[in-house]
Design a protein. Structure first.
Lengths: 254, 200
């Protein structure tokens, strides 16, 4: 593969990040009627009504979002390769952690939407079951977040420890905000216990802070990844981007 | 503040440019984290405003003595951290190590007092699900306790590392970043304590 093509794929991989965020907002949040989320303390019949009254929109929303969530994967792939240029050598543990965390994030969010797709497939079923599927989807996202938190923390710690780059991949404040955004997920565990108020899955701390924090982080990190790629291309350091796991061994210390 | 004032004063007293202690990012973190707490405090005040009687009744069930002791513990630990940073600046690494260790001991004491306090509540049959006041009480103090646990790890690392610390600006900045975080944990408690325990 020639250098130009490599750079093209790298650029596409980074752009998948903001495209994922945009499609997530449109299809998951807006068409999927998750803005605002259903109220967990509502009667079961209201959950069924929500699906019946917006059936086409919810079906299209989640089915498309289930496809576009995978745009997260190329982004994670590029980020891993870029981190390996910082974490050179045969033990790129933070890069691997970011890779696993990112890949699992796609599965967690997918399984969550899959619950809602199942609920929307047969909305005439018993309202209690629809309610359960809705709850299960939300609790999948809201309690199985740690892989995403670790993904974010691994990236932040790696970039902060970079002593080689003249211009760091992300500025220090962005690394700390990454750590903060990952930490905002922790109170979401309370959604498993509390069904009303700010800590429920439709609440301020259960929804309105952690979900935007994740998307804002993804957007911000993409911006800095793209700036960094452009800088490397401009400075003619394209060859540095070889993304083989052995690249660090062969070209370490650049 | 530090007894070994001769060390800093022996340096040339040229006016140093003002600089942010620690690394810039820790301040971004502090701002974001305190905003998050401000949102939770606001949420608490909103719900309290809607149900003042229940909140006031429940408040009387809290043990302000525990809260007060924990305030003193955290203020003392912050003082130790200030002295430890001063010691590092004066290149007295061993002294810094012990001061960080004392701050860490305060952190453990805070956790112990919190465990007793929670235990007292559980024995009285009070939990997070008892009412809205206790939901906020357990969650706000719980999230703060999480910050204390992280802070204890930070203090332990600083204590261990400071024995071999150099007075390089980059090294000092890392210690200042850790200290900044710990002062934030202290400050959050100073806000939490009156809002939960004292506000009538």
């Amino acid at each position: 593969m020639d250098e130009e093509t490599k750079v093209l794929y790298q650029r596409i991989s980074i752009l998948c990040g903001p495209i994922f965020v945009t499609t997530f907002v449109i299809f998951w949040a807006w068409m999927g009627h998750n803005l605002p989320p259903p109220h967990p303390d509502d009667a079961a019949q209201l959950f069924t009504d929500r699906y019946v009254n917006n059936l086409t929109s919810i079906r299209i929303g989640f089915l498309v979002a289930l496809v576009t969530i995978c745009l997260y994967l190329p982004w994670v792939g590029y980020t891993t390769a870029r981190m390996m240029r910082i974490e050179t050598g045969p033990y790129p543990v933070l890069s691997y952690l970011q890779l696993m965390g990112g890949a699992l994030t796609v599965m967690v969010v997918s399984i969550s939407m899959w619950c809602w797709v199942v609920a929307a497939q047969r909305p005439e079923r018993s309202p209690e079951i629809t309610q359960m599927l809705t709850d299960a989807g939300w609790l999948m996202n809201d309690t199985v977040y740690m892989c995403t938190t670790l993904q974010m923390w691994a990236m932040a710690f790696c970039v902060m420890a970079d002593k080689k780059s003249k211009v760091p991949l992300m500025p220090n404040w962005a690394c700390w905000l990454t750590i903060f955004c990952g930490a905002t997920f922790f109170p979401a565990s309370l959604t498993a216990v509390l069904r009303s108020g700010p800590f429920a899955y439709d609440g301020l701390i259960g929804f309105w802070i952690p979900y935007p924090a994740w998307l804002i982080w993804e957007f911000t990190a993409s911006y800095f990844l793209l700036t960094d790629l452009n800088r490397r291309v401009r400075e003619g350091r394209v060859e540095e981007v070889v993304a083989s796991p052995h690249g660090g061994l062969l070209q370490g210390g650049k | 503040m530090s007894p070994d004032i001769e060390a800093p004063s022996s340096r040339p007293r040229s006016p140093e440019p003002r600089r942010l202690p620690g690394v810039e990012g820790v301040w971004a973190f502090v701002f974001a984290d305190m905003t998050m707490f401000a949102v939770m405090f606001g949420s608490f005040m909103w719900d309290r405003h809607r149900n003042p009687l229940a909140f006031e009744e429940s408040r009387h069930l809290l043990n302000a003595t525990f809260g007060g002791i924990n305030t003193l513990i955290l203020l003392t630990s912050s003082l130790f951290v200030v002295l430890a940073i001063e010691a590092l600046k004066a290149e007295r690494a061993l002294r810094a190590r012990w001061l960080f260790a004392l701050a860490l001991a305060c952190g453990f004491a805070f956790m112990l007092a919190k465990a007793f306090e929670y235990g007292e509540k559980f024995q009285a049959g009070i939990s997070m699900l008892s009412n809205d006041f206790f939901m906020y009480y357990f969650i706000l103090t719980g999230i703060h306790l999480g910050h204390v646990i992280v802070g204890n790890v930070v203090l332990a690392v600083m204590s261990i590392k400071s024995a071999s610390a150099t007075n390089q600006a980059s090294s000092l900045a890392n210690y200042e970043a850790g200290a900044t975080y710990w002062h934030m944990v202290d400050l959050l408690w100073i806000l939490l304590f009156p809002i939960l325990y004292l506000l009538r």
